[in-house]
Ligand binder design. Structure first.
Ligand SMILES: *Cc1c(COP(=O)(O)O)cnc(C)c1O
Length: 380
């Protein structure tokens, strides 16, 4: 089955008991056990038919064998990091989601997990970061907000040589564009809040693996920690996923057009987009991704103020988050990445005048006109 068909017919796509073409929302917390023993459904934290439909679908889409749905992307990452114990070392990409950075530094470290960060676009640096107690390599590609691309096949191979798992946050690419498990990764995590849900109307998280032993352990942690996705949210996320392919094609067409437009505008000094042939990650992105995604960041020339630009947008919405059908724009240093000390931010390449755009599925001409108006306002 091709990916776009899987979006609709993968996993459990209809109710096995009634044939309802949309999986019903099973709100029950517990299930009548017809005889003493261990039936398929016992208690909804452990397993719920609506959640299971989503979990099986995600396992199919990520080409894994088991999927797990959580109350948020952060909850999924927390459960997966809970696979490790005090004294274990995890290598983390240096350009990861701010909430994951916080979870690692302010929560997991208190439980004795050790972390070190590395630029995962630099294979030699990754190779050198392994220690005797390294149990996993954790990374994102493309990253946020600079859209850096790391070579998943090469990184998974290095991790495997050291007996460590590779864990990939696939939120930005989604399985439409990239399937890390097919490139050697062991676990994929994602925020369902972004492209998977796609409409900025839910919070959810996903973990998928293709390793039976890991699946059993993640299932155990999901049930033990208990941060499971509610049936309503599971249903809504599955509904959103049905149009992932259709949405991504428009998202990406719009992004290509906006990239072309911005690359010719002389208010802009720098563009970050994996689909830019001059981007250092372009060749890797072309090899491991189906499309280049719909995130794009840019820097205005130093004489221009991001605030003035943003104030003159009429259509594109100033907001955190990304991946929804509506275009969203933000200034990372003030918004999503404000918690990172300025010096560290600058060292990582996140300048004060950096603007991040999550391109939606509005008409391309309207989006470009909006950007053009705001860019022209800088001349006055
Ligand atoms: C949003 C996001 C998360 C966290 O997901 P929540 O659903 O907000 O908890 C994790 N990783 C990435 C890359 C994200 O963009």
């Amino acid at each position: 089955m091709k990916f776009d068909t899987k979006l609709l017919h993968g996993g459990i796509s209809e109710d096995p008991t009634t044939g309802a073409v949309s999986m019903p929302i099973y709100r029950a917390s517990t299930f009548h056990q017809k005889e003493l023993g261990h039936p398929e459904w016992e208690y909804s934290r452990t397993g719920n038919p609506t959640r299971q439909a989503l979990e099986d679908l995600m396992a199919d889409l990520e080409v894994g064998t088991a999927g797990f749905a959580f109350s948020s992307g952060s909850a999924a990452i927390h459960a997966v990091l809970s696979l490790f114990s005090a004294g274990d070392h995890i290598i983390v990409g240096n350009d990861i989601y701010g909430g994951t950075f916080r979870l690692i530094n302010q929560v997991m470290k208190r439980f004795g997990l050790e972390f070190s960060t590395v630029d995962t676009t630099d294979l030699e640096a990754v190779q050198a970061a392994f220690q005797d107690n390294t149990k996993a390599l954790y990374l994102e590609t493309p990253t946020n907000p600079l859209l850096r691309v790391s070579d998943l096949a090469a990184l998974s191979k290095i991790a495997k040589q050291h007996g460590a798992y590779t864990i990939v946050d696939n939120t930005f690419a989604t399985p439409y564009n990239q399937q890390p498990l097919t490139l050697g990764a062991d676990i994929v995590v994602a925020s369902g809040t972004k492209y998977l849900g796609g409409h900025s109307d839910l919070i959810a998280g996903i973990a998928v693996t293709n390793d039976d032993q890991l699946a059993e352990r993640i299932g155990f942690l999901q049930n033990s920690i208990g941060s499971v996705l509610a049936p309503e949210e599971a249903w809504l996320l599955q509904r959103g996923i049905k149009t992932l392919g259709a949405r991504m094609r428009i998202h990406e067409e719009n992004t290509q057009a906006i990239f072309q437009f911005l690359s010719q505008d002389d208010h802009i000094s720098k563009l970050y987009y994996p689909g830019d042939p001059n981007n250092p990650g372009y060749a890797t992105a072309k090899r491991q991704m189906r499309g280049f995604g719909a995130m794009l960041s840019f820097e205005l020339k130093p004489e221009y103020e991001p605030k003035q630009f943003i104030d003159h947008l009429n259509l594109i919405t100033l907001a955190e988050s990304l991946g929804g059908v509506d275009s969203l724009i933000e200034v990372p240093t003030i918004m999503t990445h404000g918690a990172i000390p300025r010096e560290e931010r600058i060292k990582d390449g996140i300048q004060d005048n950096l603007i991040r755009l999550s391109v939606g599925i509005e008409d391309q001409a309207d989006l470009i006109e909006d950007l053009q108006t705001a860019l022209h306002s800088l001349d006055h």
